[in-house]
Design a protein around this ligand. Structure first.
Ligand code: C2G
Length: 132
């Protein structure tokens, strides 16, 4: 049983997130998602449109996702990897190199991002077009 973990805000779930989750799941047998809490988002200088609870409910409906845990801080990844016996840590390659310190504990894989889509772009479009 190969356990995969990834982390993120996953706000306004879009095809970029889905492709990341699909590839992450295809890397193993079980996919755990560390979902950024609203407080942690503030630490990341991000604000999400949907609350943590709503983003969690949406993610749990995605067939590739087996478990959603809260991501409360930057420091929890090593503990999570040990706690859930994680074999592979996956992130989009906008994070290339940032998590190489985890190679001591599991395989670290950076996957190409999906170009041309992002939650912030979606928000900007909605806010500038006044949602019409
Ligand atoms: N992603 C992607 N393609 C996009 C947008 C996002 O592949 N067009 C990937 C990101 O690379 C990331 C995941 O989808 O692996 C979630 O993206 P975000 O919700 O933006 O996550 P982020 O704010 O980068 O938080 O501790 C790690 C952080 O919590 C990551």
């Amino acid at each position: 049983m190969k356990i995969v973990i990834t982390y993120g805000t996953f706000d306004l779930l879009h095809v970029g997130h889905i492709r990341l989750l699909r590839r992450a799941k295809q890397s193993g047998d079980k996919l755990i998602v560390g979902l950024s809490t609203d407080d942690f988002n503030r630490l990341k200088h991000k604000s999400s449109f949907f609350s943590y609870e709503q983003r969690k409910e949406i993610l749990e409906a995605v067939e590739y996702v087996d478990k959603v845990i809260p991501e409360n801080n930057w420091e929890q990844k090593v503990d999570d990897i040990k706690k859930f016996n994680v074999d592979i840590f996956v992130m989009g390659d906008d994070w290339e190199g940032e998590f190489d310190f985890l190679k001591e504990f599991c395989q670290v894989v950076y996957l190409p991002r999906t170009e041309g889509v992002s939650s912030s772009q979606i928000k900007e479009t909605i806010y500038t077009d006044g949602g019409k």
